[in-house]
Design a protein around this ligand. Structure first.
Ligand code: SDX
Length: 424
């Protein structure tokens, strides 16, 4: 199949068809408007592709997720976040020399300019850390104004290295504790946990179980093709705004409760259910009631119409980590029972609504001592390499044009201006 035909106003128009490496089919309609005067309309972009990409492949019907061809299950089990970040950015797993150099860069660029610490003093104590993170990431551009081409790889490292420090500083500020500087003897995950939980008064030993869990969580969140926040990063990148502005925009898009903000909403939902003690059917019925704005947070997905492979990994991992830490969390049982009841209900089955990546992640973050309002920050730390990889792919595409969607106007037709005196 090399072309598609469109019958419009008695005329036939042909458009080229492209096939991806996994046999996905796309109709190239860039010339539709110039050929026919018509545009397509696709609210929410359910059937519209913005680009071709070689970074991540998702098969929603079969619950497949691969980063640069590697199945998420293998990367989550056998790799670590720094290596996956390199893979997403550069397309291949690093060799020993590349891996050592990349990890050293992430270590030696984890400090932020001392003056940036003053920015934190201006935020109120209860400021949401996503507001702080987006502001601080955009502010990094004032310290690294270098031209894009010469500093592209350096900025990738700066952002991946420093986002942990900014996140941990935001947390320390929210609890009124002194900030803890990054250390050069700790790995990526160890450094983050140390900055989050160490206190000057005593030695903090990073728990290796938590480091492995953190690496798996960050890997699972590292990329997900053209999701809302990644599409936002590409949108801002297409105007050639600086990389810090593009990432700050992605952080803001991720914050939404329908997207990355869902992990915080899931935990809050489970806590309400625990307090309510009213069983599950009541909440299932509320989620099905069109007159009730309640949704089962952590359920449903635009692409996965079967299980989200990340949720499957997280469900198993959460139980294992809690057991290894000798912890129990009643919310895990509530989540598992809620999933069981929902997946026996025709409303969810008919709409292919399954748990997504956000459904279990919060329980794991909570077990690691991360507060609920930091959950979406954790998502942003994980998703950053994906955002950067897509930004890089867009900026290296010489044919890429500024994103500027069209519309169909439905407002008033032309009318004459009436001065105020004559308006009655
Ligand atoms: C992420 O895109 C990505 O890849 C995102 C992400 C990533 O890694 O980047 O995977 C991360 O954002 C996961 C999603 C986190 N969000 C939530 O858990 C919030 C709850 N879920 C939804 O609001 C919803 O399912 C979305 C936003 C995830 C998907 O929205 P869609 O594709 O626009 O689907 P929809 O809202 O049109 O729903 C289709 C139907 C509707 O019912 P009908 O109009 O057909 O009768 O399913 C219903 C919806 O009302 N529905 C739900 C529901 N999700 C969808 N009903 C109850 N509870 C839900 N959670």
């Amino acid at each position: 199949m090399t072309s598609a035909r469109l019958h419009l106003d008695g005329q036939i128009h042909e458009f080229p068809v492209i096939h991806g490496t996994e046999d996905e089919v796309g109709i190239e309609i860039g010339q539709l408007r110039s050929q026919t005067g018509a545009i397509t309309l696709d609210s929410g972009f359910t059937s519209t592709g913005a680009c071709t990409s070689s970074i991540t492949y998702i098969d929603g019907a079969n619950g497949i997720l691969r980063y640069r061809g590697y199945p998420i299950e293998q990367l989550a089990e056998e790799s670590d976040f720094a290596e996956v970040a390199y893979l997403l950015l550069y397309g291949e797993l690093p060799n020993a020399e590349q891996s050592a150099a990349f990890r050293a860069d992430l270590t030696y660029h984890s400090m932020i300019h001392e003056d940036m610490k003053k920015f934190f003093e201006g935020f109120p104590p209860n400021a949401h850390p996503m507001a702080i993170l987006s502001a601080m990431v955009a502010s990094l551009s004032t310290y690294y104004p270098g031209t894009e081409k010469e500093s592209r790889d350096a900025n990738f490292v700066r952002l991946i290295a420093k986002i942990r420090t900014l996140a941990a500083y935001a947390y320390k500020k929210s609890i009124g504790q002194p900030t803890i500087y990054p250390r050069n003897d700790l790995s990526y995950g160890e450094n983050f946990l140390h900055m989050m939980f160490a206190v000057p008064a005593e030695e903090y030993q990073v728990n290796p179980v938590m480091v492995k869990a953190l690496n798996m969580l960050l890997i699972l969140h590292a990329d997900h093709e053209q999701n809302c926040s990644t599409a936002t990063v590409r949108m801002v990148g297409s105007s050639r705004a600086n990389i810090f502005a593009a990432i700050s925009s992605g952080i803001c898009a991720l914050w939404g409760p329908l997207h990355g903000g869902a992990n915080q909403k899931v935990l809050e939902m489970l806590e309400v259910m625990e307090k309510d003690g009213g069983g599950y059917q009541k909440w299932i019925d509320k989620a099905k009631d069109k007159n009730d704005e309640f949704r089962l947070m952590g359920f449903g997905h635009r692409v996965y119409k079967n299980f989200d492979p990340r949720a499957t990994i997280l469900r198993k991992m959460t139980g294992e980590v809690l057991e290894e830490l000798g912890m129990e969390d009643p919310l895990l049982e509530i989540a598992k029972n809620l999933e069981r009841v929902a997946l026996e209900d025709s409303y969810f089955v008919e709409r292919n609504l399954y748990p997504n990546v956000d459904f279990y992640s919060g329980i794991l973050y909570r077990a690691m001592g991360i507060p609920t309002n930091m959950f979406t920050v954790m998502f942003a730390i994980g998703r950053l390499p994906g955002w950067l990889a897509h930004w890089k792919e867009l900026r290296e595409d010489e044919s890429a044009r500024i994103y500027r969607p069209r519309q169909i106007y439905t407002g008033p037709n032309e009318r004459k201006y009436e001065p105020l005196a004559g308006r009655g």
